[in-house]
Design a protein. Structure first.
Length: 125
């Protein structure tokens, strides 16, 4: 039962944090941020918010700094919207999975072009 409640809370937090980032945070250093996942501890006291940020390394770094500084505000807004007795402590974590997936796709395309006999000109003649 606790895992189900943690999962429901994680989904609610993900939705609300996405909205808060999109509509309320107006810092010009904040880049294009997407909330990819939220993990809530079984005791509901801690939440890790995973974000993907489009941009170069310095843009990612400045966006993460903005998110870390805004974590108190985000937490208080979550508490107002979701109405919890105890609002979880939140931390933002950078999610590398989209970059890794794009890199793997690129490698697979390169291998597919070079290693696929259907793409080899000599076999098609």
């Amino acid at each position: 039962m606790a895992k189900h409640r943690a999962f429901r809370l994680a989904e609610s937090i993900k939705e609300e944090v996405s909205k808060i980032i999109r509509e309320d945070l107006k810092d010009p250093r904040l880049g294009f941020v997407t909330v990819t996942d939220v993990e809530v501890a079984d005791d509901l006291r801690y939440a890790k918010i995973f974000v993907s940020i489009m941009g170069k390394e310095d843009e990612v770094k400045s966006s993460m700094e903005v998110l870390e500084r805004a974590s108190g505000y985000v937490r208080s807004e979550i508490g107002k919207i979701i109405r919890l007795r105890y609002v979880p402590e939140i931390t933002f974590k950078y999610d590398h999975s989209i970059e890794q997936g794009a890199h793997i796709s690129k490698l697979l395309r390169e291998v597919g072009v070079k290693g696929d006999p259907n793409n080899d000109k000599e076999n098609n003649e």
